[in-house]
Ligand binder design. Structure first.
Ligand SMILES: *[C@@H]1O[C@H](CO)[C@@H](O)[C@H](O)[C@H]1NC(C)=O
Ligand SMILES: *[C@@H]1O[C@H](CO)[C@@H](O)[C@H](O)[C@H]1NC(C)=O
Ligand SMILES: *[C@@H]1O[C@H](CO)[C@@H](O)[C@H](O)[C@H]1NC(C)=O
Ligand SMILES: *[C@@H]1O[C@H](CO)[C@@H](O)[C@H](O)[C@H]1NC(C)=O
Ligand SMILES: *[C@@H]1O[C@H](CO)[C@@H](O)[C@H](O)[C@H]1NC(C)=O
Length: 492
């Protein structure tokens, strides 16, 4: 059934852009009440197996099918014997599963439910106060939102010192972080540690929770105006803490929502500035993407993340080495030995590729793998879209809470025994880490004898063209700019 849906939808897309199959990404315009939000779905990396049938050009965005051509489902789509979880009570109202579809009408933007005075102190041990003045977003002080940050700014030049002398593997940049587009890297995927095409992880990555049946809760791509406040309210009611992997471009636009996440006791991790496929960037661009997301969160919260998640899970040993030198540990969602991924695929519903019932049933099936693992697992969800929050709040998490055997929902740091204060550079007391940071900031890493400079890997061009999709496709998407702050590129 899943394949049928994907195939039918892909066939429509193929007609739309039969001649341009370079970019595995589709965009569907989603009409909201007053605003328009660009929902786009990426299949290039995590869903690489399906990529060949779901290719479409970014420039095809404006002629994408709208909700009318999305798969429609009814309650009849729920198989006999499948019971849906109980619905949230109180004032959180979630649509029926069968009516959650790409392009559905959405509620108005929600305000934050709590505001905090500058200098307020978070409740975890060792916390530092929020910044003494409220963050005000001045666009001219930041790179263009949702575009890979330029590498010639004074800030990036400073951050580049953190990778000086670091031994960065000489792995060529990929095209769009996509397996099909970069066969030479695929051939060496395991050697390169390229997760996208071989699922390869390294022992330094955080990719599971050690305790069996622990459910590492993560929400990526926010903070978002409608969805995150609803999610935060629900998580508070259920006393669940999550990790939020925050996109820098969203953090500066929605600082109050980010502050609420943090003050509610959730962990905050970095998710780059512009949600770029990181293996497609030069070393310098990677530094810029990571540096600006660190900076965005630091300016709003007063703390700098130590854990980051690569968009699309697109990481290889070159990207890892740079992230590590910048003080960032890589965290991805769990895959089973047979390759099944704990990806809820909620983004596929937002992108119009999969209907909500099928998404729910598929993920319940993936959860069957939990019993096969010796460890717990980390689950990928999103808070950027109302649809993905509806799916989480109404269905996925509610089902987790009533599952037998029971799952224990925790943020990824906590489930790995990392104290909250050790999630941030300003508050950690981990001496090993602090020593590494000190060395890196002084531009004298422990591997300073390495002859490989930062220019040794791939491409040092900052023209943008060398970055393949990351720059060229985004800049070819006028629709992104047209929607301004509401333009939300997608997203796993
Ligand atoms: C594991 O997940 C896959 C989907 O990735 C599913 O087809 C399979 O049935 C699951 N295994 C179990 C034992 O539930
Ligand atoms: C301390 O930091 C190092 C380097 O980042 C890491 O390998 C180690 O696991 C950390 N220890 C704790 C207890 O967090
Ligand atoms: C320095 O680089 C070498 C060669 O890649 C590696 O074997 C060694 O572990 C590195 N040392 C440190 C402290 O990172
Ligand atoms: C340094 O870079 C060269 C290519 O520029 C590569 O052949 C070599 O393996 C690299 N050395 C290390 C220690 O990674
Ligand atoms: C570096 O970029 C140039 C163009 O800017 C391109 O011709 C060249 O192939 C790139 N090299 C690598 C290793 O990607």
């Amino acid at each position: 059934m899943k394949l049928q849906v994907v195939t039918v939808f892909s066939a429509i897309l193929a007609v739309v852009s039969a001649h341009d199959v370079r970019i595995h990404r589709q965009h569907a315009k989603v009409a909201r009440q007053d605003t328009k939000v660009l929902a786009a779905s990426g299949s290039s990396s995590a869903a690489s197996s399906a990529a060949s049938s779901a290719t479409v050009s970014a420039s095809g965005a404006t002629s994408q099918p709208t909700a009318a051509t999305s798969p429609t489902v009814t309650s009849a789509g729920i198989p006999a014997g499948v019971s849906l979880p109980p619905q949230p009570t109180g004032d959180i109202s979630i649509p029926a599963l069968s009516s959650i579809t790409s392009g559905m009408p959405t509620a108005a933007t929600l305000p934050v439910t709590a505001t905090y005075t500058p200098g307020a102190l978070p409740s975890y041990t060792g916390a530092v106060p929020l910044p003494s003045t409220s963050f005000v977003y001045v666009a001219s002080e930041w790179p263009t939102a949702d575009h890979p940050a330029p590498t010639d700014s004074p800030q990036v030049k400073e951050w580049l010192k953190e990778i000086e002398g670091v031994n960065i593997p000489d792995i060529p940049v990929t095209v769009d972080g996509a397996c099909a587009q970069t066969p030479a890297n695929v051939a060496k995927s395991a050697q390169y540690g390229w997760w996208t095409c071989s699922g390869t992880t390294r022992s330094t990555d955080i990719v599971s929770c050690p305790t069996k049946y622990d459910w590492g809760t993560t929400f990526d791509d926010g903070p978002a105006p409608y969805s995150t406040p609803t999610l935060l309210k629900f998580l508070k009611e259920k006393d669940i803490k999550s990790t939020f992997f925050v996109v820098g471009s969203r953090a500066v636009e929605r600082p109050q929502v980010l502050i609420e996440e943090y003050m509610d006791g959730h962990e905050i991790g970095c998710h780059t500035w512009a949600h770029s496929p990181m293996t497609s960037l030069t070393n310098e661009q990677i530094v810029a993407e990571l540096g600006w997301s660190r900076e965005a969160i630091r300016r709003v919260l007063g703390v700098t993340c130590r854990v980051w998640r690569p968009p699309y899970g697109d990481v290889d040993d070159r990207v890892r080495a740079i992230a590590t030198a910048m003080g960032l540990t890589t965290s991805i969602w769990t895959a089973t030995p047979s390759g099944g991924k704990f990806d809820t695929n909620d983004w596929q519903v937002a992108g119009g590729n999969e209907n909500a019932i099928q998404q729910y049933l598929n993920f319940q099936s993936i959860l069957g793998n939990a019993s096969l693992l010796d460890t717990g697992f980390i689950v990928l969800q999103h808070d950027l879209f109302e649809i993905t929050v509806d799916l989480a709040v109404g269905y996925t998490i509610n089902a987790a809470l009533t599952h037998n055997p029971p799952f224990t929902l925790k943020p990824v740091g906590e489930c790995n025994g990392i104290a909250m204060r050790d999630m941030y550079m300003e508050t950690t007391t981990n001496q090993t880490y602090l020593d590494q940071r000190k060395a890196a900031q002084a531009g004298q890493s422990s591997n300073s004898t390495s002859s490989n400079s930062t220019t040794g890997s791939g491409n040092t061009s900052t023209s943008g063209k060398s970055a393949g999709f990351a720059v060229s496709a985004l800049t070819s998407l006028p629709v992104l700019g047209a929607f301004g702050a509401g333009a939300l590129a997608l997203l796993i």
